[in-house]
Design a protein around this ligand. Structure first.
Ligand SMILES: *[C@@H]1O[C@H](CO)[C@@H](O)[C@H](O)[C@H]1NC(C)=O
Ligand SMILES: *[C@@H]1O[C@H](CO)[C@@H](O)[C@H](O)[C@H]1NC(C)=O
Length: 333
């Protein structure tokens, strides 16, 4: 379905036009990006110690020299009362190239998750491509998790570290997967990964799938975009079958069936060009004997969840809520 058929409210159409402008004009032939242009339009929200719609947030440095930090969101405890909260460690999307936890769309989205899900959220700022390529993002993500594990009592007040979920959207979903694989080989002292929530995760490969061809004109993500993102992210000389992109592909190096891997929820959208890669991810996890759920919103496109105004956003939030509840209930019996 061509993107022109997707009806968006005017404000969102303008945001899409602005986003396309930035993406198209910031990329250079020589593989670098115009960071000044990107930053100029990366509108940011500050953290907020006073509750904003029932959510408080603060920025916390992990390692200043590599700009590794996270924004911690918690529900206003005076409103929700006692009880210990689960914690969701979140990786934002943006093709590994764009955005940060403070970018307004991701800040709004994380606050929506906190409000609706009654969870703390730790949104990680990892270094970006092309200035820093694979595997920098996976290392930053995993180090953030280790830092949380080491500093649970200092950082995560009112949080139960045994109720930890990994989550991410798009490139952040890819990141969450690879962090989960690393975490499977590591003994955390306090954190326990109960689940992984992959929201329209960014996977790929050399093959051109049907959804890549059919949905190639999505408003926020085109085939040209994904090709560019992979080229900028993967090691020089690799093709898209590199195992970072094609995790169950011909060059796959990790046998997931042998990895301690958390129960997974994959959220898909009918108009996403990445849909077929997400289905392969689902099939791969299933074949490896992992617990995995798949939920599809037939009318959503890539990235549409960040627009709280669109009905698909609430659909995804409800899916995440049911998944978390299912696993939290298991823990309690
Ligand atoms: C890439 O192009 C930009 C602008 O044309 C230039 O400023 C930059 O130095 C180039 N970088 C490399 C690595 O060639
Ligand atoms: C990538 O590899 C090619 C061929 O080996 C080489 O010519 C090129 O300079 C490399 N580019 C970077 C950015 O390292």
């Amino acid at each position: 379905m061509p993107s022109s058929v997707i009806k968006l409210p005017l404000k969102l159409r303008l945001l899409v036009v602005l986003f396309r402008f930035i993406v198209n004009h910031s990329r250079r032939q020589n593989g670098t990006v115009n960071r000044r242009l990107i930053n100029l339009f990366d509108f940011k929200n500050p953290p907020s110690k006073t509750p904003r719609k029932g959510v408080v947030s603060s920025d916390n440095v992990i390692e200043a020299s590599r700009d590794l930090w996270f924004r911690l969101y918690t529900p206003d405890t005076t409103v929700i009362g006692g009880g210990r909260l689960p914690v969701m460690v979140y990786f934002h999307g943006g093709g590994f190239v764009l955005s940060s936890p403070s970018s307004f769309a991701f800040d709004d989205w994380c606050r929506q998750l906190v409000r609706e899900l009654r969870t703390a959220v730790v949104s990680v700022n990892y270094r970006l491509v092309p200035e820093h390529r694979f595997p920098t993002q996976y290392e930053d993500g995993f180090d953030a998790l280790k830092f949380l594990d080491d500093n649970v009592d200092k950082l995560l007040v009112n949080v139960d570290p045994k109720l930890c979920f990994l989550a991410g959207d798009s490139a952040g979903g890819n990141l969450a997967h690879h962090v989960a694989v690393k975490a499977g080989e590591y003994e955390f002292s306090r954190l326990k990964l109960m689940g992984l929530i992959a929201i329209q995760p960014f996977f790929g490969g050399e093959e051109r799938t049907e959804s890549e061809i059919r949905n190639s004109g999505g408003p926020l993500l085109s085939l040209e975009d994904t090709d560019w993102y992979w080229k900028a992210f993967l090691p020089n000389g690799s093709d898209r079958d590199h195992p970072a992109a094609n995790v169950f592909g011909p060059k796959s190096t990790v046998d997931i069936s042998q990895v301690k891997y958390p129960a997974t929820l994959i959220l898909m959208a009918g108009l996403d060009i990445l849909k077929d890669w997400q289905r392969k991810y689902y099939d791969g996890l299933k074949k490896a004997g992992k617990e995995v759920d798949l939920l599809q919103d037939p009318n959503a496109f890539h990235g549409s969840y960040v627009f709280e105004e669109l009905p698909g956003s609430a659909f995804f939030v409800k899916g995440i809520q049911d998944f978390m509840q299912k696993h939290l209930n298991k823990e309690n019996c």
